[in-house]
Design a protein. Structure first.
Length: 113
């Protein structure tokens, strides 16, 4: 199993989740958050909602745990639907999930998905 965590621009969140739904991808968690990255050439990065000088930029965090064979399609869907071509589009991270347990049923591993 894989855990996919993506940070995208908040104004792209609906487009990303619509694309995930269209591909019948479920088990998606969305968290609105703030953070900061690196500045390019000492310039203030531009974000759709506001110019952020110092402090935190708004982001949306998307979390999905999936079967190994679904990873590439999910990453591609997020990347394509979140892409604007501008600085701050976001990042996608994929990690291995070694254990999963359903709290209600006690199911374990891939059966949880």
């Amino acid at each position: 199993m894989k855990a996919i965590v993506a940070y995208v621009q908040p104004f792209m969140l609906e487009k990303v989740t619509d694309a995930l739904r269209a591909r019948k991808i479920h088990g998606v968690t969305v968290i609105r958050c703030e953070g900061f990255g690196r500045r390019i050439d000492g310039k203030t990065p531009h974000y759709e909602d506001a110019a952020v000088e110092l402090g935190y930029a708004p982001k949306a965090k998307i979390e999905i745990v999936c079967r190994d064979e679904d990873e590439a399609a999910i990453v591609q869907t997020i990347r394509e639907s979140a892409h604007t071509g501008r600085h701050g589009d976001g990042k996608i991270f994929v990690t291995e999930v070694t254990q999963a347990v359903d709290v209600r049923t006690g199911a374990e591993g891939k059966a949880v998905l």
